[in-house]
Design a protein around this ligand. Sequence first.
Ligand SMILES: O=C(O)C(=O)C[C@H](O)[C@H](O)COP(=O)(O)O
Length: 209
Amino acid sequence: MKEIDQRLAAIKVVPVVAIKDVNKAVDLANVLITNGLPCCEVTFRTDAAVDAIKQIRDAFPEMLIGAGTVLSCEQVDLAIDAGVDFVVSPGFNPTVVTYCQQRGVPIIPGVNNPSLVEQAMEMGLRTLKFFPAEASGGVAMLKALAAVYPVSFMPTGGVSPENVRDYLALPNVHVCGGTWMVPAKLVDEARWDELAVLVADVSGIVASE
Ligand SMILES: O=C(O)C(=O)C[C@H](O)[C@H](O)COP(=O)(O)O
């Protein structure tokens, strides 16, 4: 887990992508890499997710790839077979967490309150997704949690160019996730030049942190 944490902390922002057309996967990954974000969380919200991960892994062996919205052990198997580096879930599901631990793949489950943080800590986890970040109290909530728990959070859900610096300035946040730099419309319409500008902007914002 440590290595993944270090790689995520170096990148600072994880683009969350829902790929509908597998043929767009490699072009999308290329835009992310060439504009400073060599990472993506491919959500299992689309049928193309598994093949998209496989294609990105083949094309860019060094890219840090996560599977997102993983809700079952079956999806964990699919994600590992496709070549992911880590697994992310929106909520805290002990069955999925245990299965990831058995299979040896880092899991970053979502939590948004103290009780869930403690349950995750009980299972040995120290890096958690804070989801949905803004709706769950945002920066103020993370400050409150920092006072009591030695845990690092990846806020996701409502993170934006306007607030990402505030999140990354917190001592218990090393990386944020979000979709704002990969709007579905630009991906669907293969508007790679416009996407490149957005991704480069985000890289610029977080590079100054
Ligand atoms: O897919 C998952 O596993 C999720 O937990 C949901 C996404 O992370 C959020 O939808 C991202 O939120 P936005 O950046 O506000 O769009």
